[in-house]
Design a protein around this ligand. Structure first.
Ligand code: SF4
Length: 63
């Protein structure tokens, strides 16, 4: 069975320095390169879905 993984829509993510989904990810899988730009999901994502309700821009979905 294929493992589920979070996906961040880079057109919705505003790349704010304060990112509750990142802060509440138990795998530390939400990151970005440098200090600006949207966040991405690393392969370490466990597909738990915990980050989703923390994103008030609704930029995260589970695929
Ligand atoms: S689905 Fe779970 S492991 Fe994956 S990015 Fe969201 S909180 Fe982290």
């Amino acid at each position: 069975m294929q493992r589920r993984q979070a996906y961040i829509d880079v057109f919705r993510c505003d790349g704010a320095p304060d990112c509750p989904p990142r802060d509440n990810c138990p795998a530390g899988a939400i990151f970005r390169e440098g200090e600006e730009g949207p966040y991405f999901v690393a392969p370490e994502c466990r597909g738990c879905g915990r980050c989703i309700p923390f994103c008030n821009l609704k930029a995260i979905t589970l695929l």
